[in-house]
Design a protein around this ligand. Structure first.
Ligand SMILES: NC(=O)C1=CN([C@@H]2O[C@H](COP(=O)(O)OP(=O)(O)OC[C@H]3O[C@@H](n4cnc5c(N)ncnc54)[C@H](OP(=O)(O)O)[C@@H]3O)[C@@H](O)[C@H]2O)C=CC1
Ligand SMILES: N[C@@H](CC=O)C(=O)O
Length: 813
C-alpha cells in the first residue's frame, strides 16, 4: 500500500482537489492508495474562531459558519455534476450539526477541549467526504474510511496519544473488509475507547498518514504540500534556500522540531520504526524531486543538511553558589516545570554547576517563573540561589546534519560567521551525537543569522554584501557608476553579490532592501523622502543586514560621528571622508579598537593620495616589523595641479577654480589651499606608522595671504585674485632659481610639518606631473633608497576606485 497525504493548500479549492486526485490516480496505477486529507485550507482556524466566538457570547459565529458552508458548497458544485445531489445533501446535514454544536457552546458560554475536538473534526470530515465522492465520480474504486474507526487514542483532547496496537488491529480489519483501491481518510482526527472524537494536534494529518503507513506496513508515505520538499532554510527568510533531496529520519526530525513547518514532527517516528521511506512532494510541481527521508540517504558533500530556527523563546536562568556540588537541583527544576506541563526546548549547564539555563516558549515563561521560584523558595530566601531570571525576545538557530560529528571546525565556522556579523550568542547546546548545534540569539538577529549561516554552509561561492552609501556627490556618483558596471563581474569572479541598499545625501534617502537600481538612482533620490543622519544610522542598524558596509563619501564631520555607533553593531566602515581619522587621537584609536572588537573593517585608504596604495603599503611595512624613520611627500593633488599649471599667464585664482572644476579640491577648496588637508594626511600617515599625534602637533606653514581665509568661499576667490602679485612673486622667485614650487609634507622623529618649498631639478619631488602625489618612505629596511608610491592623487574617478577597492577588502574579510 502507498499512503499519500494532502495538506490544506493541496485541497483548498476545486482546482487543487483535482490536482491532488490526479496524483492519487497516477499512484493507484501502481497499487492501492490510502489518501489522507486535511481540511480545506483555513477551515480549522475558522471552526476554532466560530467556537471561541460562540463561547464568548459573540453571535458572529453564525456568519463564519455561513461563509464556511458557502465555500464548501462552491467546491461541491465545481467538482460534482448537478445530477449528483448526495454530497450537497450531506453538506447541509453536516453544517446543521456544526451549527447545533456552536449554538450549544453559545448557550453554555463554554468551550471544552472535548467539544473543540468535535468541532474541529468537521473540517476533515467535510473535505474527505467531498473528495471521496469526486474520486468515485471519476470512476475510481474508492471507499471513505472514518479515521475515528481506524485510529484509537487516549482521551487527552487536543493532543491525544495513539494506542498503536489497537489501531493496527482496526486498520487490518478495515483492510480485510474493504478491498477498494483507494481509501479516502480524514486526517487529524481519531477516537478514544468510548468512540468520542479526539484530535492529534495541529498539523496532525501528517501524523494520521504516518500512523496508517506504519499500521499497513506501507511501501512508502508521501506528504504532498505546497513546497518542493524540506529546504536548507526557511525560504521566507533565505531567498537562496533550496530543497534537500535526501535526508535521514533523524535529520528530518531535528529540522521539523526546529521549525521546518513542512512536516509535523511526530510524523517521523512511526515510519522511522519500520524504515518506511517518506517523500515530501509538491502538489503544484509534482515533477520536482522533493525530499526523500530514508534510513541511509546517499551522502553528499554537505555536512550541514539544514538550518532552522524556533522563535518566541525565553531563557530561564537558575543560578547560585548553593547549587554547586549538590545533587538534585536539576531534578527539582525539571519536575517543577513538568508539573506545569511546560515543555523545555533547550538545556545548558555550565560545568561549574553554578547555573542551569533552560529555553521555553515565551508564553510558558511566566508560569515557569512562578513554579520554579516556589520550588526553590527556601534556597532563594537563604540567598543560596537567585530568583529565576527570564530573558525574552530570543530565538534558537540550529545547524542540523548527522555527519557534523565527523567534521572538525563546524562550530568554529558557525561562531565565526555569526561573530563577524555582530550576532551575539546567548546560549549554546550541542548533544554528543552532534546532529544539532543550537545557538540562542536575539530574535531580531534571526534573519541575518540564518542568511549568514546559509552563505557559510551552503553558498561557499557566494557572499552578499549590503552597502549604505552617504554622499553621492563628485566621488560618490562615480563610485555608483563603477559599482553598476562591476556588479556582474564581482558576482562571477569573486562570488560577491554587492547590493546598494541605500543612498542618501543631505536632503533625501533612497532605500531598497533588495538592492537599488544603480542606473535610475539620481531621479529616484530626488523624489525620495527626507531623512536625517540619525535616521539613516538607525536605518542601517534596524535593517540588520548581513555584511553591512557604511560608505562615507561626504566631507561631513557629523557623518564621521556615526562610525563608532555602527562599528559597535559590526557594520564595517569605508570612508574617503578624512574627518574621523584626523580627529582627536583618542577617537581615532577608539574606532580602530571598535573595529577589532566587533570584527568590522574600518578602511580609509583614500584619505591619503586617493586610490594610491599608500596606507596599505605603510601597514604592510609596519606589520612585517619595519620601522618608519621618515616620510617626505607631496599629498595635495590640488596644489600640485595648481603649481604645475600656474605660470602667471592666467590668474592664480582661475587655476584654482579649474582644479575645483576638475574635481581635485575638497568640497571646500580652502582646506587644500591653506595646507590643512595636507596636514591631516601626514597626521594620518604618522598615526598609521604608530605615532600618537594630534592635529595641533603638525606645523603648517601656509603660503596664502591671511585675507584669503577670511569670509566664505567666494570671498576666498576674490581675495586670491586681489593678491595675484603675491602668487606671481612666489612663482617668479622659484623659476629664477631654476626650481619648482611644491607643497611638501615631512615627518621624522615624531615631528611633522607641511609647507611650500622650491625644489631643484634632480630632487625626488621635482618631476611630479599634473595632480600626482608621491610618498617617500624611509624605513629601517629602506634606509638609503626610499620606498616610493607615486601617481594620480586626486580626482573623482580614481578616488571612487579607491573607495571601491576598500569595499571589496571589507567584503572579503
Ligand atoms: N576629490 C578627490 O580627489 C578626493 C576626495 N576625497 C574625499 O571625498 C569626499 C567627497 O568629496 P566630493 O565628492 O568631492 O564632495 P561633494 O561635495 O561633491 O559631495 C559630497 C556629498 O556629501 C553629501 N553630504 C554632505 N553633507 C551631508 C550630510 N550632512 N548628510 C548627508 N550627506 C551629506 C552631499 O550631499 P548634498 O548634495 O545634499 O549636499 C554630497 O552628495 C571628501 O571627504 C573628500 O575629502 C578623498 C580623496 C580624494
Ligand atoms: N583635495 C584633495 C583630494 C584628495 O584627498 C587633494 O587635492 O589632494
Amino acid at each position: 500500500m502507498q499512503v499519500l497525504k494532502f495538506g490544506g493548500t493541496s485541497v483548498a479549492s476545486a482546482e487543487n482537489i483535482r490536482k491532488s486526485l490526479a496524483i492519487v490516480a497516477t499512484a493507484a496505477e501502481r497499487g492501492p492508495v490510502v489518501m489522507v486529507v486535511s481540511a480545506l485550507g483555513g477551515t480549522t482556524d475558522a471552526l476554532i474562531g466560530a467556537g471561541r466566538a460562540a463561547a464568548a457570547g459573540d453571535a458572529g459565529y453564525r456568519d463564519t459558519l455561513l461563509q464556511l458552508a458557502a465555500r464548501h458548497r462552491t467546491a461541491v458544485q465545481e467538482l460534482l455534476p448537478a445530477t449528483h445531489s448526495g454530497p450537497e445533501g450531506q453538506l447541509v446535514s453536516q453544517f446543521g450539526e456544526i451549527t447545533s454544536l456552536c449554538n450549544g457552546i453559545f448557550a453554555l458560554g463554554e468551550l471544552s477541549t472535548r467539544t473543540l475536538d468535535k468541532l474541529m473534526s468537521y473540517g476533515e470530515l467535510l473535505s474527505s467526504h467531498l473528495i471521496a465522492a469526486v474520486a468515485k465520480v471519476q470512476g475510481q474504486a474508492t471507499v471513505w474510511a472514518d479515521a475515528r474507526q481506524l485510529i484509537r487514542t487516549n482521551s487527552r483532547f487536543g493532543m491525544a496519544e495513539v494506542d498503536m496496537a489497537t489501531t493496527q488491529k482496526q486498520v487490518a480489519d478495515f483492510k480485510t473488509q474493504n478491498p477498494a483501491k483507494i481509501w479516502v481518510v480524514p486526517g487529524f482526527i481519531a477516537a478514544d475507547a468510548h468512540g468520542t472524537t479526539t484530535t492529534l494536534g495541529r498539523g496532525g494529518s501528517d501524523y494520521t498518514a504516518a500512523i496508517l503507513a506504519a499500521a499497513l506496513d506501507a511501501e512508502k508515505l508521501e506528504i504532498w504540500t505546497d513546497v518542493s520538499g524540506m529546504m536548507t532554510a526557511d525560504p521566507r527568510l533565505v531567498r537562496s534556500a533550496r530543497p534537500i533531496a535526501h535526508i535521514s529520519y533523524q535529520e528530518a526530525m531535528e529540522l521539523s522540531h526546529f521549525g521546518a513547518k513542512v512536516l509535523y514532527p511526530p510524523t517521523i517516528q512511526p515510519v522511522m520504526q519500520r524504515g518506511i521511506p517518506l517523500w515530501i512532494k509538491n502538489t503544484f510541481a509534482p515533477d520536482e524531486y522533493g525530499t526523500l527521508v530514508e534510513v541511509e540517504p546517499p551522502r553528499t558533500p554537505a555536512v550541514v543538511q539544514g538550518i532552522s530556527s524556533i522563535g518566541n523563546l525565553t531563557l530561564l536562568n537558575l543560578e547560585g553558589s548553593g547549587m554547586v556540588g549538590i545533587p538534585g537541583f536539576s531534578k527539582r527544576l525539571f519536575e517543577a516545570l513538568a508539573r506545569e506541563r511546560i515543555n523545555v526546548i533547550l538545556i545548558t549547564q555550565s560545568s561549574s554547576e553554578h547555573s542551569i539555563c533552560v529555553g521555553v516558549n515565551t508564553p510558558d515563561a511566566a508560569p515557569a517563573q512562578v513554579a520554579v521560584d516556589e520550588e526553590f523558595a527556601t534556597e532563594i530566601a537563604a540567598g543560596r540561589i537567585e530568583p529565576l531570571r527570564p530573558e525574552k525576545d530570543l530565538a534558537i538557530v540550529a545547524l542540523v546534519g548527522e555527519n557534523m560529528k565527523n567534521h572538525p571546525g563546524i562550530s568554529g565556522k558557525l561562531f565565526g560567521a555569526l561573530g563577524q556579523n555582530g550576532v551575539n550568542i546567548r546560549a549554546i547546546a550541542q548533544g554528543a551525537s552532534e546532529k544539532n548545534i543550537s545557538t540562542v540569539i536575539r530574535a531580531a538577529d534571526v534573519r541575518k543569522a540564518i542568511n549568514v549561516l546559509h552563505e557559510a554552509f551552503f553558498e561557499a561561492t557566494k557572499k552578499q554584501v549590503n552597502l549604505f552609501i552617504l554622499g553621492p556627490g563628485n566621488v560618490g556618483s562615480k563610485l555608483l557608476e563603477q559599482l553598476a558596471r562591476q556588479q556582474a563581474h564581482l558576482l562571477e569572479k569573486l562570488g560577491l553579490q554587492v547590493r546598494v541598499v541605500a543612498i542618501a545625501n543631505s536632503r533625501h534617502c533612497l532605500v531598497d532592501e533588495n538592492g537599488l537600481d544603480l542606473t535610475a538612482w539620481p531621479e529616484e533620490l530626488a523624489q525620495a523622502p527626507a531623512q536625517t543622519l540619525e535616521e539613516f544610522t538607525q536605518l542601517i542598524i534596524a535593517r540588520n543586514l548581513r555584511n553591512s558596509i557604511f560608505v562615507d563619501v561626504t566631507a561631513n564631520p557629523a557623518a564621521a560621528g556615526i562610525y563608532a555607533n555602527l562599528l559597535a553593531k559590526s557594520v564595517a566602515i569605508v570612508a574617503c571622508n578624512k574627518v574621523a581619522a584626523s580627529s582627536e587621537y583618542a577617537h581615532y584609536a577608539r574606532l580602530k579598537s571598535l573595529s577589532k572588537e566587533f570584527n568590522a573593517s574600518y578602511l580609509f585608504e583614500t584619505n591619503v593620495g586617493a586610490a594610491l596604495p599608500i596606507i596599505g603599503t605603510l601597514n604592510d611595512l609596519t606589520r612585517s616589523g619595519d620601522v618608519v624613520q621618515r616620510m617626505e611627500a607631496v599629498l595635495s593633488g590640488t596644489l600640485n595641479f595648481v603649481f604645475n599649471n600656474y605660470d602667471g599667464t592666467r590668474p592664480y585664482a582661475e587655476v584654482v577654480r579649474q582644479a575645483q572644476a576638475e574635481g581635485y579640491t575638497e568640497p571646500d577648496p580652502r582646506l587644500d589651499l591653506s595646507g590643512s588637508d595636507v596636514a591631516r594626511k601626514i597626521l594620518i600617515l604618522a598615526r598609521e606608522a604608530g605615532q600618537v599625534m594630534e592635529m595641533a602637533d603638525i606645523e603648517i606653514e601656509t603660503f596664502l595671504p591671511p585675507a584669503c581665509l577670511e569670509g566664505d568661499v567666494e570671498a576666498f576667490y576674490t581675495q586670491m585674485a586681489a593678491h595675484e602679485s603675491h602668487f606671481k612673486a612666489l612663482y617668479d622667485a622659484a623659476t629664477a632659481a631654476g626650481k619648482r614650487l611644491k607643497f611638501v609634507a615631512r615627518y621624522a622623529d615624531g615631528h611633522a610639518a607641511v609647507g611650500l618649498q622650491t625644489v631643484a631639478p634632480g630632487h625626488d619631488l621635482y618631476d611630479l606631473r599634473g595632480k600626482d602625489n608621491v610618498v617617500l618612505f624611509y624605513t629601517d629596511r629602506y634606509a638609503d633608497q626610499p620606498l616610493v608610491v607615486k601617481g594620480a592623487g586626486a580626482g573623482a574617478e580614481v578616488t571612487a576606485s579607491g573607495v571601491f577597492a576598500d569595499i571589496i577588502r571589507a567584503a572579503r574579510l
